[in-house]
Design a protein around this ligand. Structure first.
Ligand SMILES: Nc1ncnc2c1ncn2[C@@H]1O[C@H](COP(=O)(O)OP(=O)(O)OP(=O)(O)O)[C@@H](O)[C@H]1O
Ligand SMILES: [Mg+2]
Length: 326
């Protein structure tokens, strides 16, 4: 039987050095897996290593980062922790910034935006939001050492990045094509990393495998994706200990002892689910995930992000005190 932590011998080990040196990190995954919290954790971890980090949400109506940093992000990056700025890549502001890069005359940009028909047209051109959002990420790379983006869920994240392919088919020449080519090159850069957050649950693991396949087939990315298996538990008990736990579960005990055994059994189930997930990811996608355990009960969003940062840090050789939130 295959054991968690080993995966298949030919599974690629997590590329943590690639994450440490990245210039653009895009975090995606199925809804509710912990994308925003993990993006915050990665940003904190990289900032703790002396890099100037911009953590950005992509056009969020209700910014998730507010819960983590106690500060609502706007289009202007604000420093919330040493070396760590947060922002929200909101649409109207991004559009203005984009037009300014395309049309150097401010007067003309104003005239364009004052025209309702043009504005509505830009609002609805397929792909315009994506191209504009990606262009903002690219501009941010000039001002920061690394940009970490809390992307939408997998399917939407894929179509956002895949716009670079379809737009190249649409624009055969001209300034827009040149821009889109630059975006494609940014995604294919060696220092660009996709992080997919998963949970040790069949449906989530299946979606993760599909997402990795889609990205691989489309050849959109330069660097190897990293998978975080969140709220997972690597095996802690030996086989005889597991047998004892099973036997205890079958006995009828007092209420307090019963609760303890139920908690132990929950851990055991998580451990088994983690093992299944690790094996499936290795077999179907040839990746070995970074296993991240659940935060202690009652941890608030900042503590949860700190907990994830500490575990990623440990895998990279960074001490827990370096990623402390305050
Ligand atoms: N390792 C963890 N341990 C405990 N709780 C966690 C962990 N990771 C994330 N959470 C909690 O799970 C919830 C969802 O996390 P988060 O908002 O980061 O997910 P998301 O993938 O960004 O969700 P959405 O798809 O809605 O954007 C939050 O309450 C977060 O604090
Ligand atoms: Mg989120």
């Amino acid at each position: 039987m295959k054991r968690a932590g080993q995966g298949r011998p030919d599974a690629d080990v997590p590329d943590l050095q690639g994450l440490r040196d990245a210039r653009l990190v895009m975090v995606t995954g199925k809804g509710g897996t912990g994308k925003s919290t993990s993006a915050s954790a990665i940003a904190r971890l990289l900032a703790s290593q002396g890099r100037r980090v911009c953590l950005a949400e992509l056009d969020s109506q209700r910014a998730a980062l507010t819960a983590v940093f106690g500060h609502e992000p706007t289009f202007s990056p604000e420093e919330v922790l040493p070396n760590l700025w947060v922002m929200n890549i909101t649409w109207p502001e991004s559009l203005v910034a984009w037009l300014r890069t395309m049309i150097p005359v401010g007067r003309i940009v104003k005239a364009i935006l004052a025209n309702d028909t043009v504005r509505q047209f830009l609002d609805f051109v397929p792909g315009s939001r994506e191209v504009v959002g990606l262009t903002v990420m690219q501009e941010l790379q000039r001002r920061f050492d690394v940009v970490v983006v809390d992307m939408p869920a997998s399917g939407h994240a894929f179509s956002t990045l895949d716009i670079t392919r379809s737009a190249l088919g649409l624009f055969r020449g001209g300034p827009v094509r040149a821009r889109v080519e630059a975006l494609r090159d940014m995604l294919r850069d060696d220092h660009t990393r996709l992080v997919v957050v998963a949970l040790p649950e069949d449906m989530v693991v299946n979606e993760t495998v599909e997402t990795l396949e889609r990205f691989r087939d489309a050849q959109l990315l330069g660097g190897r994706p990293l998978v975080l298996l969140n709220r997972a538990l690597p095996p802690s008990l030996t086989t005889p200990e597991r047998i004892v736990m099973d036997r205890l579960g079958a006995l009828s005990m007092g209420e307090a002892a019963g609760d303890l055994i139920a908690a132990g059994q929950w851990d055991l189930e998580r451990e088994a689910a983690t093992e299944d997930a690790v094996v499936r990811l290795a077999e179907a996608a040839r990746v070995q995930p970074v296993v991240v355990s659940p935060a202690p009960a009652g941890a608030d969003p900042a503590r949860t992000a700190e907990h994830i940062a500490a575990q990623l840090g440990r895998a990279m050789g960074v001490g827990r005190e370096e990623v402390a939130w305050t």
